[in-house]
Design a protein around this ligand. Structure first.
Ligand SMILES: Nc1ncnc2c1ncn2[C@@H]1O[C@H](COP(=O)(O)OP(=O)(O)OP(=O)(O)O)[C@@H](O)[C@H]1O
Ligand SMILES: [Mg+2]
Length: 113
């Protein structure tokens, strides 16, 4: 299993959720975050003006998926979040040791399906 952590523009969340649901990966955790990428906030417009050293509002979408679904998950996020602009976001992928469905004790892939 892999944990896919995508940090994207808030305006992309709805399309990403729709895309992941259509691709049969509806499970996700979404957290509002603030962050800086390579531009450290400099080149991104904030309320019409450039402001130095600000943290941009983004959303972090966390999906734990099977190894088999990993590339499909990344593709869906890219398709729905990429405009080819700085600040489009970033995806981090982590190894997941285990998952447990609390209701019935299912483990691993059975718990994330
Ligand atoms: N190395 C990193 N570590 C932690 N968070 C990061 C890292 N890089 C990016 N982020 C997070 O992702 C968000 C979006 O990053 P961003 O798209 O600006 O990346 P970038 O590396 O600057 O690429 P680009 O040149 O396309 O803007 C940041 O606001 C930050 O929250
Ligand atoms: Mg950036």
């Amino acid at each position: 299993m892999k944990r896919v952590e995508a940090i994207v523009k808030p305006s992309k969340l709805e399309a990403i959720q729709k895309g992941l649901t259509l691709a049969e990966m509806p499970c996700m955790t979404v957290i509002p975050v603030k962050g800086a990428g390579m531009q450290k906030g400099y080149s991104e417009i904030y309320r019409g003006t450039e402001k130095p050293m600000i943290l941009m509002s983004k959303v972090m979408i966390i999906c734990v998926v099977s190894d088999e679904n990993l590339e499909k998950c990344i593709d869906v996020i890219l398709e729905n979040a990429s405009e080819g602009n700085v600040g489009d976001g970033k995806i981090f992928v982590y190894e997941v040791y285990d998952a447990v469905r609390i209701r019935n004790g299912e483990r691993g892939n059975a718990a994330i399906r």
